[in-house]
Design a binder for this molecule. Sequence first.
Ligand SMILES: Nc1ncnc2c1ncn2[C@@H]1O[C@H](COP(=O)(O)OP(=O)(O)OP(=O)(O)O)[C@@H](O)[C@H]1O
Length: 645
Amino acid sequence: MSMFGGGFGGPGGGPGSGAIAGMGGTGSRRSGSSPFAGIPPELAAAVAAMEAREPEHPAPDTRFTQTPDSGRLTLWSLLSGRPGLLVTAAFAVLLEALLLQSGPYLVQIGIDHGIVAGQVPWLVFAAVAFLVSVLLTAVASGIRIRASGRLSAYAMRDLRVRIFTHLQRLSLDFYTREKAGVTMTRMTSDVEALQHLLSEGFAQFLIHGLTMVVVTAVLIHYSFPLAMITLLMVVPPLVLLSLWFRKAADVGYNRQRDAIAALFSHLTESLYGVRVITAHNQRDRSVLGHREVVGAYRDANDHTGRINAVYGPGTSVIGLLGLAALLLIGGRMVLRGTLTIGELTAFVLYLNAFFQPVQQLVQLYTNYQQARAALGKLRGLLRTAPAVKEKPGAVPLPQVRGGLSVRDITFGYDRKRPVLRNVCLEIAPGETIACVGPTGAGKSTLAKLVARLYDPDTGTILIDGHDLRDVTLESLHRQVGVVPQEPFLFAGTLRDNIAFARPDAPLSAVEAAVDAVGLRDLVDRSPDGLNTILHERGQSVSSGERQLIALARVFVAEPRVVVLDEATSSLDLRSELQVEAAIQRLLEGRTAILVAHRLSTARRADRVIVVDDGGILEQGTHDALLTAGGTYATMYATWESHTTT
Ligand SMILES: Nc1ncnc2c1ncn2[C@@H]1O[C@H](COP(=O)(O)OP(=O)(O)OP(=O)(O)O)[C@@H](O)[C@H]1O
């Protein structure tokens, strides 16, 4: 099992992709270099001009800290971050809603005071006033769209950064447990569901809601009995229908969120594993699997579609029935002379204006329900606490010599099934320990615990006498370097990748690392030397070169302790010797825990420990263990017989 087994590592890059990628500068692109290497000279001027026109994007306030995210995530918390924009948008909404209602009133004035009374000036006044109100509505609407658009854009950026920061804070157990696709859905589809509501939905919600309130007041002003009759006929069934819709949609949209997350998961996994799928002739199964998740998504959409098919037309019918009743009752009032024809026209128009928002609100309510479901999922993610927590009073780890003390630790990924039981181990500063043992014995687990990627269930691990749990994670990881079994490279230059742990490392440090691990050949062969762009996940370099780059990374980081999970993938003899030599150089003068899959590596360590059965079975120098004739001696004899044949 890899040090980072089960974690993310697929296409799309890890956290740094893009961030470190840069654009390769505007340097020339030599023939034979990667197609993404740099900007072609003929485009350089145009790109520079475009960059000059780009608006400034100040960095958001969110900074990375280990402190858990304790802020609440509500729609209000998203909107209230920029009060100026919120007030502007709210004011514009109010103005727009009021202006929209002046139309029917002006029509009534035009009919009653202009047409019926035969007064042309009143007619002209009503028409001009109508025009002015339309123009003002357009201005208010423009201001509202601009303000709410900016508000939502900022809120979404802050939310995305907040979630991403939280993802960075989470420990390995989360990434093992949670499928990458599900987390991607939280960051894409779920956030977008909120964006839709915030950018347009809320403002529309307010406008239509306000319209309904204003229209109710106006209807009462025109004729109290008529208003009461129509509203009583309309509002109770509407409320009942909406309550049913809310309940049904809650279930439906949650199901939709889960289905789209499953779809994304399957998609990402199939993309990561496309080579294995093809090689094992499983494309058929893959397509079938995808059909299943897409089918589940279709079912979820179908379900919400069915609910909407009842709610939408249902509200329409209620509205039209109200209108029919109004015509009958209002018409009789006009005939009796208790209502003017202009007032009845305005009443009909206002009632229409009451129902139009209802129709819109149905759509918006659907958006709201979607956003609520998305918000619930995002809240769940933000509530997920990292398993490896930084103590509130954690102190920075001072410069250490690298003495490690593992004291009586017990640990299991599932507490009920410990992988390691009561393990004790003392490692002197500068000592190299090789962990060997059968597959699945717990070697990588021990290494992960020393690097504090997990915390032991019981027992403590000390570095120069400091309990790992008492020091800040950042200071610990600066002095304890990790080389995972499967090195992950980011899209970016060779230099960016080598200096990943210390981006400000001088060129001389990167060059020294290149020479120390034996990467000089690759650098000299690469079209742009250290500035050559590596493809995503290091697809453009060989497996051995990837391992050397990972070793060079640790060289530049200069940690006191190195935890190295040897790669299991076999290399050709030359590359293997190269990697072994690089490891040897990296470990000089450093304390090291080496998860050795090749006994040739173990042979060179100061001490070998044999991990099996949840504990350390044997330990001693290579020679001493051979002489003792125990498990290690048997393992070594088997290994030797295989390598010599
Ligand atoms: N993230 C995880 N969640 C649950 N169980 C795990 C996890 N990682 C490892 N295990 C289990 O813990 C046990 C020890 O795994 P570990 O990776 O430490 O073995 P290992 O000795 O390093 O094996 P290998 O030589 O194959 O790399 C195994 O049974 C493995 O299945």
